[in-house]
Design a protein around this ligand. Structure first.
Ligand code: ATP
Length: 388
């Protein structure tokens, strides 16, 4: 756990880079620091590994005041990833990754084995990439080596300063996705600096939005997007905050509409009866194993003989409960559909209900109004996992 208590930094020339900062990053939490250039994000970060000393205030790691810890010892507990990566050009990728274990005095074989394991974890094949030199890698691959190197000694804390800033948007999104999956495995306590609100929203369990030297809002992505605390934050989030919000609000069972459900082998007459009784214009059709098959309109049940299966239409698009509303919206557009079935992937894809445009709108309002604080991380990540 990282804790800042009334921390300020005034540089020698009188510039106040950080002004009376108090916040906490919980163990295993990923906090993104976002704000325009020069607002004090990097200064904040570098005070954690004592590359910069605060002018006043206190920073502690797991309750221990870091000003009392030897900086070299401190940095062993803190992985550091920066935009320029800072790989040693004359060392191979494997040697670069093994740098910290090596400094910690690990035996060579153990350090190399650990480095190979880490390269694999970040999606690089040690047998092909391990022996290369940094200049023989793409920008995205170099960033991955930077992450692998920072994780090599298994530090509990990770500081990341615009680590994906120098790569193109496609590679960047890919690296973000990979990093989220990695973080779901390693659960580091992460401070992540970015000037990109999209990146902050995508990665952060919570976001600290910086104004000049101060935090304007410190909250979940959903809260920052849906309920900006100040006009400054609203401006920074942008006019399309509502759209960004779609990507951090998960579909919940309570959002779903429950149309009548009929089965493939039901007689059409009985299905028609059900629809009339419920005043519905269509029903969801499930197969014999209770799996989604499609739908049937009330018109197709009128006066027809036979079973539902003979008149039903296929509907293959569906979403897992917990997926972000943005995916629901995109899927509706893609299939030109007025509704999307929502299934429970953890319960054998059981049919739960459907999401309609009206229900989607309600869900968005629900998340803006109520406890937007509780958007679980995994569900936010779902979108990115599925997008790969
Ligand atoms: N060594 C220094 N001496 C004087 N002023 C400094 C020094 N380092 C940074 N500053 C100033 O402190 C302020 C905060 O800088 P910092 O690097 O923390 O911002 P940042 O939010 O990380 O910006 P960027 O996104 O551009 O990296 C800026 O006004 C910067 O010019």
């Amino acid at each position: 756990m990282i804790r800042f208590e009334q921390v300020s930094k005034v540089y020698a020339d009188g510039t106040t880079a950080v002004d009376d900062l108090t916040f906490e990053v919980a163990a295993g939490e990923l906090v993104t620091l976002v704000g325009p250039s020069g607002c004090g994000k990097t200064t904040t970060m570098k005070m954690v590994n004592r590359l910069i000393e605060p002018t006043s205030g206190r920073i502690s790691l797991d309750g221990e005041d870091i000003s009392a810890v030897d900086p070299v010892e401190l940095r062993r507990r803190i992985g550091y990833v920066i935009q320029q990566v800072g790989l040693f050009p004359h060392k191979t990728v494997l040697e670069n990754t093994a740098t910290v274990p090596h400094l910690l005095g690990w035996k060579r074989a153990k350090a190399r084995a650990r480095a190979a394991e880490l390269l694999e974890l970040v999606g690089l094949d040690p047998s092909t990439h391990g022996a290369r030199y940094p200049e023989q890698l793409s920008g995205g691959q170099r960033q991955r080596v930077g992450v692998a190197r920072a994780l090599a000694a298994d530090p509990p804390v990770l500081l990341m300063d615009e680590p994906f800033g120098a790569v193109d948007p496609v590679v960047r999104e890919h690296l973000q996705n990979e990093f989220l999956k990695l973080q779901a495995e390693v659960h580091k306590t992460v401070l992540f600096v970015t000037h990109d609100i999209e990146e902050a929203v995508r990665l952060g369990d919570r976001i600290a939005v910086y104004g000049h030297g101060r935090i304007e809002q410190f909250d979940t992505p959903a809260a920052v997007l849906g309920a900006p605390a100040t006009p400054y934050v609203a401006d920074f989030v942008g006019a399309d905050g509502g759209l960004k919000r779609l990507s951090v609000t998960p579909i919940e069972p309570g959002d779903l509409v429950r149309p009548p459900v009929v089965h493939l082998d039901d007689p059409l007459a009985a299905a028609g009866e059900r629809l009339r009784a419920e005043g519905a214009r269509w029903a969801v059709v499930l197969d014999g194993e209770e799996k989604l098959h499609g739908w049937i309109s009330s018109a197709r049940t009128e006066g027809a003989e036979g079973t539902v299966g003979e008149q039903a239409r296929r509907m293959e698009a569906w979403l897992p409960v917990g997926a972000p509303l943005k995916r629901a919206f995109a899927t509706m557009l893609q299939h030109d559909a007025g509704w999307i079935a929502v299934l429970d992937p953890d319960a054998d894809h059981r049919f739960l209900g459907v999401l309609t445009p009206a229900a989607l709108h309600e869900a968005l309002r629900r998340s803006t109004a109520a406890d937007s604080r509780a958007v679980p991380r995994q569900e936010v990540a779902l979108e990115t996992v599925h997008a790969v």
